[in-house]
Each structure stands twice: as C-alpha cells, then as structure tokens.
Design a protein around this ligand. Structure first.
Ligand SMILES: [Mg+2]
Length: 336
C-alpha cells in the first residue's frame, strides 16, 4: 500500500486512469491535456460541480474512501436530477496529502465510478494537487437534457403543489447526532438516518420519469434543508409557499430524533440537512401522473403544500387552518 510520496504523481495518475471505463460519447478520454466529448444531437449540456472538504463536509472516521467517492458522485447527480438531466461525463480534482495511501485514492475512484457507471457515465479526466492540511475532493459532472427541457427553480406558479421525494431532514439529523454520540452507536441505533447521510438517494431515473409527465414546473435538490431550499425556489419564482404541518413525510427514526431534542417533527424535517432529495413544483392537474411516475420508480413522493401568490412568504398551515411562519433555516456554508 504505497503512499503518493513513494509512488510519485505520474505512477499515481497512471493507476487511477487505468481503472476508468470507456463509454459512448468520449472522443478523447483521460491521458491527454483535456478530454473531448461528443454530446448527443438536439440535447443541451448541463454542468455542475460540488466539493467535499475534510473536517467540513465529513470526517475520515465517519466514512471510508469508496463510500466518500460514491457520496460525492451522488451529491453531483442530485444537481443534475434537479434539472431533469442525465449524467454523461465527469472530471475529478482532489487535494491530497503526500502521505495518503494510493489504495484509498483507488477506492475513492471506484466509488465515483460505481455510481456513474449505473448511468453509463464515466470520469474523463482529473487533477491531483498536493496539500498539507485538510484534503478536498471536487467533482464536475456534465450531463444532457433534451434541448429546452431542463427544469429550473424559477417557474413555480401560485397554485402549483409542493412535492418532495423521500423524507427530508434525516441526513441532517444523522450529522447532528454525530455531535452527541459516536458513529458506532449511530449506525446501531439510528441505521436509517446514518444511511440517509452516507448513501444519498439517486433520483436521476425518477426525475426523468417525472419530467416525462410534463407536470413539473420547477425543481431544486435538497442540499441545505427543506425550508431553505424551498425559499430559494420561492425567491427565484417570485412566489410564496404554504406547507401543511401534518403532511411532512417522516419515519420512526426521525420522529424519535425530534423527541430526543424536544423539537417539533416539522422543524427537524425542514431544518439544515443534505438529503439530496428533490423538491418540485407540480401542476395540480398532473398530481396523479407524477404520483404514478414516482411510484413506478419505487420513489416515495409526498405532496406537502402549495405555492402561493405572496412572494417570499413561507408558512406552515395546520389541519385546522391556522398559520405560523416557516423560517427559512438551513445549512449556510459560510455562517456555519
Ligand atoms: Mg442543487
């Protein structure tokens, strides 16, 4: 298990690129100065990038290198899913310490490739930089969507329904618990929350199926929290939103976490959390078609409220019809 210092850059890169799969659309892959890829005719390219910083987004003792690579790929996929796009090509850049083991780099690469290859997407290039302090990994993902077909955050209309996949808040609850208990206890006592954080869902296929209904008017992926990401859609679209407090999806572990903290379930479900689920604005006439499309893909889809014509106003609505403000709290990368 040689380190990068022992192997040197040239051999390290050779070993990393040797594992990369060949897929259609790659004219020139890794090994030249840049990759050349060929998009499909009549498609738009969709590009996104995401970075994980050691000590900030994860701790090495929380997650092994292969799972970390997979998680980074899934976080990027989530941004493409939020645009109704499918992934094609990726670039990896990493800042790593010279004493880092090459086998761990290969494992990270395997994690990325495993996720991408399930969509016939592949890594076409990358870069390694030496760092002294915390390590970081950035993945740039390029995908495709039918020309003009990308979802945006900006087209939600008053009256559209607010729909979410999965049960948001669980990943954030796992990270919060890691401040209170160790990982072994988290994995034992809260396995569902741990999985929500460590293995984000892949919503690419569900997004394509939902897009095919024509009923989704706007979308975002939940990377910072339900309330904050909902506020982003509202701001971009010039609308407000009302969520039904009783409709927020949950599961027994999230309910138990809310009880542990003495907080309302709806606050924990809507707070800071990187669940990588989808939040969508859905035309009410397409409600059944969207429910069906999600169910066919095995993806839980819940209608949690509706968009309103009160720009920037977010509220909870109880079953009895009373309202209270919904605070757009979530993870702010700079406020911490
Ligand atoms: Mg996003």
């Amino acid at each position: 298990m040689p380190t990068l210092r022992e192997l040197g850059e040239v051999e390290a890169v050779r070993r990393l690129t040797a594992t990369r799969a060949e897929t259609p659309g790659v004219v020139i892959g890794a090994g030249d100065d840049a990759a050349v890829v060929r998009p499909s005719p009549r498609n738009d390219l969709v590009a996104t990038t995401d970075a994980f910083v050691e000590g900030r987004h994860y701790r090495p003792e929380w997650i092994d290198p292969e799972a970390l690579g997979a998680r980074l790929a899934l976080a990027n996929l989530s941004d493409l899913a939020a645009m109704a796009a499918v992934p094609r090509w990726a670039l990896i850049a990493r800042g790593v310490r010279a004493d880092h083991d090459i086998d761990e780099l290969l494992a990270f690469e395997r994690g990325v490739s495993r996720v991408l290859s399930s969509h016939d997407a592949t890594v076409v290039g990358g870069n390694l930089a030496a760092v002294e302090g915390p390590e970081w990994s950035a993945l740039t993902l390029i995908g495709e969507v039918e020309s003009g077909g990308a979802w945006t955050r900006a087209a939600a209309r008053p009256g559209d329904l607010v729909a979410v996949t999965g049960a948001p808040g669980r990943a954030g609850a796992a990270v919060r618990l890691l401040g209170e208990i160790d990982r072994a206890e988290l994995m034992r006592e809260w396995p569902g929350l741990w999985e929500a954080w460590s293995v984000p869902p892949d919503r690419i296929a569900a997004a394509s199926a939902l897009a095919a209904t024509g009923g989704v008017t706007a979308a975002i992926d939940l990377s910072d929290g339900l309330a904050l990401d909902l506020a982003r859609v509202c701001e971009a679209s010039g609308v407000g939103a009302e969520l039904e407090s009783g409709a927020v999806p949950s599961d027994p572990e999230l309910t138990r976490a809310a009880e542990r903290w003495g907080e309302a379930l709806k606050s924990v479900a809507s707070g800071a959390s990187d669940d990588y689920e989808l939040l969508m604005a859905v035309d009410p006439n397409a409600r059944e078609a969207c429910a069906r499309a999600a169910a066919e893909r095995g993806v839980p889809l819940t209608f949690v409220g509706r968009f309103t014509d009160a720009p920037g106003i977010l509220a909870w609505r109880s079953e009895r019809g009373s309202r209270e403000p919904l605070l757009a709290r979530g993870y702010d990368h700079f406020a911490g």
